[in-house]
Design a protein around this ligand. Structure first.
Ligand code: PRT
Length: 116
């Protein structure tokens, strides 16, 4: 890990989101992200499904190696999810705001209210 000790643990996520938003604007040819963005929600969504499957499979692996693989796959899923956000022009802050709005409301309570 090469993160400065005083940096916020989620800072790399913000930096990555900025990079992906920039890729969505400029679409450089030598970028994997550009290839995904050019394929639109269909291509990005296919990767998200694949990566979600791989993450779920990795969740049942045991030991340090299993844990390492699980974290690796979580990174893949987060990256591809952020690419879809970038495609939609949605910033991570907007998602954070939505989670903020939900804070303190149990999913059980939210579901019960939805059914009324
Ligand atoms: N965090 C990531 C990241 N995580 C995963 N990946 C890529 O996502 C792909 C994962 O898909 P797979 O494992 O299925 O690999 P694959 O079979 O080669 O993929 P496909 O050909 O099927 O799409 C791999 O090519 C990984 O390299 C990422 N590619 C880029 N980033 C970040 O995005 C930044 C911008 O990347 P570019 O836009 O490509 O310059 C980079 O500097 C990184 O910070």
């Amino acid at each position: 890990m090469n993160r400065p000790l005083d940096s916020h643990p989620l800072e790399p996520l913000s930096r990555l989101m900025r990079t992906l938003a920039e890729r969505a604007q400029t679409r450089p040819a030598d970028s994997y992200t550009t290839k995904l963005l050019d394929g639109g929600p269909e291509k990005i969504g296919k990767k998200i499904r694949e990566e979600a499957e791989e993450l779920i499979e990795a969740a049942s692996e045991e030991g340090d190696a299993g844990r390492e693989h699980f974290v690796y796959e979580a990174g893949d899923l987060v990256y591809h999810t952020l690419v879809l956000l970038a495609y939609k022009g949605v910033d991570l802050n907007e998602v954070a705001d939505e989670l903020d709005r939900r804070e303190g409301t149990s999913g059980l309570v939210e579901k019960a209210n939805r059914k009324k």
